[in-house]
Design a protein around this ligand. Structure first.
Ligand SMILES: [Zn+2]
Length: 317
């Protein structure tokens, strides 16, 4: 049986696994990497690939490999340009992994990879024009228009976290602007916003410096219990997400928006959003706004392997 090897690198963990042509993950292994620099992360990926090939073996016969990774990727040359948009090391990761596995390897940004899994095995079954919005540690999107993934000149299309929706927010962003939506609508954004607000507002939220990121689900829970600060965060979060989505709909004209990522894993945020977003702008969104039907713990791995499969089939998007 032909299979596809996937690598899903999420910043602190790496999943390596094998997928069949129906999108089923046949086996997988998790490697905890901790937070690494780009060069360290690339080395760790290669050493984990060696470990996987030697120790795990394969369930089928892998014919190609794909990598979904954070940051900016040059898809055509297989070069990983940057992890954090600050350090640009230009690492030829696809080639380095091919030396270990012997398989033709594609690499891509992780959200774009996940969007390919959506296209092949999820939302793509009902729509050729959808936006996959991933709200996790950061905020990004994959845009499918006419069945094709929009990449742009630099494979940077879909970096929606840096769309400005709040001109009153003066906190600088790494992109050089202020008021970017990722500054609030993301795991990082909720954490930094809550810590900033807790200096001036009473709250039951634990904002002590315990080395852990504030859990967005706890913010949502306390907001529902009437905690004033968490309620304020929730209100602003919904308002910014609403503006972002309406801007995206005006730009791209999708008929479906699909959400993925840890911040939308519960229903609280989407339920509140749906109450607030009524607007004639959404009249063409005939399939509405839904959570991804794909397993959130597997979509990254599926996406990486799906990219490899599409490339191999010649239906590369
Ligand atoms: Zn920005």
């Amino acid at each position: 049986m032909e299979t596809y090897l996937g690598f899903d690198f999420g910043g602190t963990k790496l999943l390596i696994g094998e997928m069949d042509g129906n999108g089923t993950i046949l086996k997988q292994k998790r490697y905890d990497t901790g937070i690494l620099s780009q060069k360290e992360a690339a080395k760790r990926l290669v050493s984990c690939a060696e470990d996987y090939v030697k120790r795990e073996g394969f369930a089928g016969s892998p014919v190609a490999a794909g990598v979904g990774i954070m940051g900016i990727v040059d898809v055509n040359s297989g070069v990983w340009r940057t992890l954090n948009h600050l350090e640009f090391s230009d690492i030829p990761l696809a080639g380095e992994l091919k030396e270990v596995t012997g398989l033709d390897t594609v690499i891509d940004n992780d959200v774009k990879s996940a969007t390919m899994a959506e296209l092949k095995f999820g939302a793509g079954k009902i729509s050729d024009n959808f936006i996959y919005v991933n709200i996790g540690t950061g905020l990004g999107a994959g845009i499918i228009s006419g069945g094709k993934l929009i990449r742009g000149a630099n494979n940077n299309a879909g970096e929606i976290g840096h769309i400005v929706v709040n001109r009153k927010n003066t906190v600088p962003c790494i992109c050089g602007r202020t008021g970017c939506v990722e500054g609030l609508v993301s795991g990082m954004g909720i954490d930094s916003t809550a810590r900033r607000m807790a200096k001036n507002m009473r709250t039951l939220l634990d904002t002590s410096d315990n080395g852990k990121r504030i859990d967005a689900r706890e913010v949502f829970r306390l907001a529902q219990c009437g905690d004033e600060m968490c309620r304020e965060i929730m209100k602003e979060l919904v308002a910014e997400l609403r503006e972002l989505l309406l801007n995206l709909v005006r730009t791209v004209d999708p008929d479906l928006i699909v959400f993925g990522g840890g911040i939308v894993s519960g229903d609280v945020l989407l339920d509140e959003l749906k109450e607030e977003i009524n607007c004639p702008t959404l009249s063409g969104l005939k399939h509405g706004m839904i959570k991804s039907v794909l397993d959130p713990t597997k979509i990254g791995l599926m996406g990486a392997a799906t990219h490899a499969m599409l490339k191999k089939e010649g239906t590369y998007i």
